[in-house]
Design a protein around this ligand. Structure first.
Ligand code: ATP
Ligand code: MG
Length: 159
């Protein structure tokens, strides 16, 4: 049984501050409790090339060298989460970029104070797909049924 309506993918990266501050479990717990399905998960060190590709929209900005140094400062944990409108759902529970201004109840709002903002998450379904390919081999992304989805989505939402 495959629920065809609920396969949007988003990439979540627990950044070096999240790993160093022992927030891997907390972030993963929040994604799971929301009802998202984790379909890939691994620890990795991000190379300069990968970071330049991932942050292409920031490479020319004055803060880029600091951002790159931060993102290389420790391993990260990269995940793929799947669900209905998963990109928007994760952006909502992530909170805004500057954690100091993020709402209480969000990951950034509850767990961070500024631009060390604990997680990256994809910002559109198209970028979600591109980021899955950027960070994962095909064999690292799993397709499986989660029986609890019967209690996460109504039947018409799963169509
Ligand atoms: P992310 O892509 O990490 O989920 P985002 O989509 O909320 O965050 P982007 O604009 O894509 O925000 O910025 C990517 C990351 O670059 C931010 O999460 C932050 O770590 C860093 N960053 C963005 N703007 C600044 C800035 N003005 N100064 C320092 N770091 C910044
Ligand atoms: Mg972004």
């Amino acid at each position: 049984m495959r629920f065809d309506g609920v396969h949007e993918k988003t990439v979540v990266i627990i950044k070096p501050d999240g790993v160093q501050r022992s927030l891997v479990g907390e972030v993963t717990k929040r994604l799971e409790m929301k009802g998202l399905k984790i379909v890939a998960m691994k620890m990795m060190i991000l190379s300069e090339d990968k970071l330049r590709e991932h942050y292409a929209h920031h490479v020319e900005k004055p803060f880029y060298p600091g951002l790159e140094a931060f993102m290389k400062s420790s391993p990260v944990v990269a995940m793929v989460a799947e669900g209905k409108d998963a990109v928007a759902a994760v952006r909502l529970i992530a909170g805004v970029t500057n954690a100091g201004k993020a709402d209480g109840g969000t990951i950034r709002g509850d767990l961070a104070m500024g631009m060390c903002n604990v997680i990256h998450c994809s910002d559109s379904p198209e970028n979600g797909e591109a980021e899955v390919k950027r960070f994962f081999d095909e064999s690292e992304v799993f397709e499986y049924n989660k029986t609890e989805w019967l209690h996460v989505y109504m039947e018409d939402e799963r169509a």
